[in-house]
Structure formats: structure tokens, C-alpha cells
Design a protein around this ligand. Structure first.
Ligand SMILES: Nc1ncnc2c1ncn2[C@@H]1O[C@H](COP(=O)(O)OP(=O)(O)OP(=O)(O)O)[C@@H](O)[C@H]1O
Length: 247
């Protein structure tokens, strides 16, 4: 087990958002965290990633390093793609040459061309910037990656290629991932398990394992999974009215 949240409670301005929530993440596991808008997905991810302290409960981390990929790439505008990708390695004292090599390798992993490494964020497309953000996360060889709706703002074709890239990297490198998403098709495509939050109970409504091997998650299989979920009463909150998460 890489990560465990035990009996977490949190809220803002006196208003509770999460109550007595427990979840764990196994080594190599990709867990998608879905739920209605405002149910606390980002709050849980931030608690898990040590970006905010929960008001109650505790977090157990059994790993050396983690990385976070946000919805916006958050690249430093005054650095080239190469330096952005290698940023975490500089902080850990890796020598220049090794940083360059790691950045080049990670750029290849995410489908950036060698000439892209010299570009500044302003010279890159949105998709290239998000690829660089994923490469920056991979560059530190993390045991766990926290993804907070990383592909929401990219177009459909690119989204597929970024999802495939995350699945391939996780299979190759065995990092665990907690992946917040609004998109149930995304969860059905990339996750071993879907954790569904409930805005009504302020906790986990249900957890759904997905046994289908990643290689068999064709468009049709993903569509059928989401279609089955739409008829599953445990997921009714996600498909209610005009809440987020509607397919
Ligand atoms: N810094 C903050 N100050 C005050 N309220 C906050 C803060 N951060 C989050 N909230 C509130 O906490 C609740 C949960 O927010 P959170 O962003 O975790 O939900 P979410 O499920 O990720 O939502 P969405 O799907 O819309 O991104 C929301 O009602 C939000 O307005």
C-alpha cells in the first residue's frame, strides 16, 4: 500500500466538505476519483498530496517521492521546456548533464520532439504544455502521481493520446496514481478502480473495480462501461439533473 487516508474530515469556513473519509492506493494502481461538482475531489487530492492539512484524520504515505499534474500545466514561463521538465531534478541536486538526459528521455516518453525542448511555454501549444507538465512529473521517478483533472482543457484526440501515455507510463514504471476527473469515459479508460464521492454523505458513495485489461479498453468497451454505470443505482448521484459528471 502506497498511500492511505484514514478518517479524513475537512471543510472551509465552517462548512464541512468531507467527513470520515478513508481510502487507500496500492502500488501500481490507478484510482479515478469522481463525484458531483463540489463533492470534494480536489480537496481530497490536495490532502493526499500534502498541499493542505486535513482538519481531522491522518494520511499515511509509504513512498519516497510524488508528483502532481494540475489542470493547467503550471510551467515556469521564463524556462525552456527542457528546464521545466528537469525542474524537480534541479531541486534534488541532480547534475546538469543527468538533468538534460532525463528531460530528453521524458520528452520522448510524452511525444515531444527534440526541437520542442528549446521552446518556451509561450511558444508551445496547449497540448505541448500539458505533455511537458506530465514529463516534468515523470522526470522525478515518482512512486505516486496525483492528477487533478489534467486533460479537461484539451481536445478529444489529444486527450486520448495523453490518457494512453499515462496508462503506458504507469504500466512501465509502476507508479500509483490518484486521478481526479469529471469525465466518466476517462475513468473507464484509465483506472483500475473508480472511487465515487457522494455530495450527500460527504464521503465515498461507492467504489467500482474495473477488471477489463487496459489493452482491451477500446472505444466500444469504454462506452459500454459508462452506459452500464448510467443504469447503476450506486452512481445515480453522478447522473442526476444538471450535475457534473453527466456523460
Ligand atoms: N479554499 C477554499 N475556500 C473556501 N471553500 C473552498 C475552498 N476550496 C474548496 N472549497 C469548497 O469546498 C467544496 C469542495 O471543493 P472541491 O474543489 O474539492 O470540489 P470538487 O469536487 O473538486 O469540485 P469540482 O468538480 O467543481 O472541481 C466546494 O463547495 C468548494 O467551493
Amino acid at each position: 500500500m502506497r498511500l492511505a487516508l484514514d478518517h479524513i474530515g475537512h471543510g472551509f469556513l465552517g462548512r464541512p466538505v468531507i467527513e470520515d473519509l478513508s481510502l487507500s492506493l496500492a502500488a501500481g494502481e490507478i484510482a479515478a476519483l469522481v463525484g458531483p461538482s463540489g463533492s470534494g475531489k480536489t480537496t481530497i487530492l490536495q490532502i493526499a498530496a500534502d498541499l493542505i492539512e486535513p482538519l481531522s484524520g491522518r494520511v499515511r504515505r509509504h513512498y519516497r517521492r510524488h508528483a502532481v499534474v494540475f489542470q493547467e500545466p503550471r510551467l515556469l514561463p521564463w524556462m525552456t521546456a527542457c528546464d521545466n521538465i528537469a525542474y524537480g531534478l534541479r531541486a534534488s541536486g541532480t547534475p546538469l548533464r543527468a538533468r538534460r538526459e532525463a528531460a530528453e528521455r521524458r520528452a520522448r516518453d510524452v511525444g515531444l520532439a527534440p526541437e520542442d525542448l528549446a521552446k518556451y511555454p509561450a511558444e508551445m501549444s496547449g497540448g505541448m504544455r500539458q505533455r511537458a507538465a506530465v514529463a516534468r512529473a515523470l522526470a522525478v521517478d515518482p512512486d505516486v502521481i496525483f492528477f487533478d483533472e489534467p486533460f479537461t482543457a484539451v481536445d478529444v484526440g489529444l486527450k486520448r493520446s495523453l490518457q494512453d501515455l499515462v496508462v503506458a507510463a504507469a504500466q512501465r514504471e509502476h507508479f500509483a496514481a490518484l486521478f481526479v476527473t469529471h469525465d466518466l469515459a476517462e475513468a473507464a479508460r484509465i483506472a483500475h478502480r473508480v472511487i465515487v464521492l457522494s455530495a450527500e454523505t460527504l464521503g465515498i458513495g461507492t467504489e467500482i473495480p474495473i477488471a477489463t485489461p487496459m489493452a482491451e479498453r477500446t472505444d466500444r468497451a469504454v462506452f459500454e462501461t459508462v452506459e452500464a454505470w448510467s443504469r447503476d443505482p450506486r452512481l445515480a448521484e453522478l447522473f442526476d439533473g444538471d450535475r457534473d459528471g453527466q456523460p
